[in-house]
Ligand binder design. Structure first.
Ligand code: MG
Ligand code: MG
Length: 257
């Protein structure tokens, strides 16, 4: 069942998303060679709690941290750890905030130091595909239009789309209906209606689309250990507009490429 939100509820999600955007911005200041990923998690958790939020992921089905930190071939759901970022890594940082009863969710993949051109191109294409998906996330379209736009764009560049993990509705729960795949057919799937709030989050691989889950029960990596990129926004659909509630603005202001 899809939970449709009132404008007051969307406003609350937007306030949650503001804290989230700024938490990402704080983390961005510290993404560099030599930093332990557990330190980034600490920065995010402190910032969120200092702003009357709760990290959505911490304790979610037993997830141990505030951030999902996914380095290189890790697609999503990596744990923060004692690993120190190295020159040439890419790091996906996914975070959610719960505030005033509502969740927001967004992710960003950073290059660390000197990253190879093919991998930088993967990051750019994945980020561009997110915005192409958002362009299709409009009143009267269908969920499949979003995935179709993402898939068509990235596959034309030779990349692959992860199938097993998808975007989602969110609100009072971190994951709600509908699922938002990053692949699909134009005109298929649930109708996009006013009051729907969804997270769109392409997970795009340089090599095979196949993934494996590590024995920790969470970490998802590519089967061929080639890099994977991930960007995510939470958006609200209204009859006359689609509003991107989360923001990467503070990341891009604070992170020096
Ligand atoms: Mg997320
Ligand atoms: Mg999500």
């Amino acid at each position: 069942m899809i939970h449709f939100k009132t404008s007051e509820e969307v406003q609350k999600i937007k306030e949650s998303a503001d804290i989230l955007a700024k938490a990402h911005g704080e983390v961005a200041k510290h993404v560099k060679v030599g930093v332990k990923t557990s330190y980034l998690d600490k920065i995010a958790e402190e910032f969120i709690r200092d702003h009357q939020g709760v990290p959505s992921f911490k304790g979610y089905n037993g997830f141990p941290a505030s951030l999902c930190i996914s380095v290189n071939e890790v697609v999503v759901h990596g744990f923060p750890s004692e690993y120190e970022l190295k020159d040439g890594d890419i790091i996906s940082i996914d975070c959610g905030v719960f505030h005033q009863g509502f969740h927001s969710d967004s992710a960003y993949t950073y290059p660390v130091g000197e990253v190879s051109i093919p991998v930088l191109n993967l990051l750019k294409a994945t980020k561009d595909s997110l915005y192409l998906g958002i362009e299709q996330a409009i009143f009267g379209n269908r969920i499949g239009d979003i995935g179709h736009a993402i898939q068509k764009f990235v596959e034309a560049k030779g990349y692959t789309v992860v199938r097993e993990l998808v975007g989602h509705g969110l609100g009072k729960n971190l994951h709600e209906s509908p699922e938002v795949p990053n692949y699909g057919k134009r005109g298929s799937g649930p109708l996009l209606q006013s009051g729907m709030v969804i997270a769109i989050e392409p997970m795009i691989n340089l090599g095979t689309r196949n993934i494996v889950q590590e024995r920790d029960g969470w970490t998802i990596r590519t089967a061929d250990r080639k890099p994977s990129a991930h960007y995510e926004h939470t958006v609200a659909i209204f009859e006359d507009r689609t509003e991107v509630l989360t923001s990467h603005k503070y990341i891009e202001e604070n992170f020096k490429f």
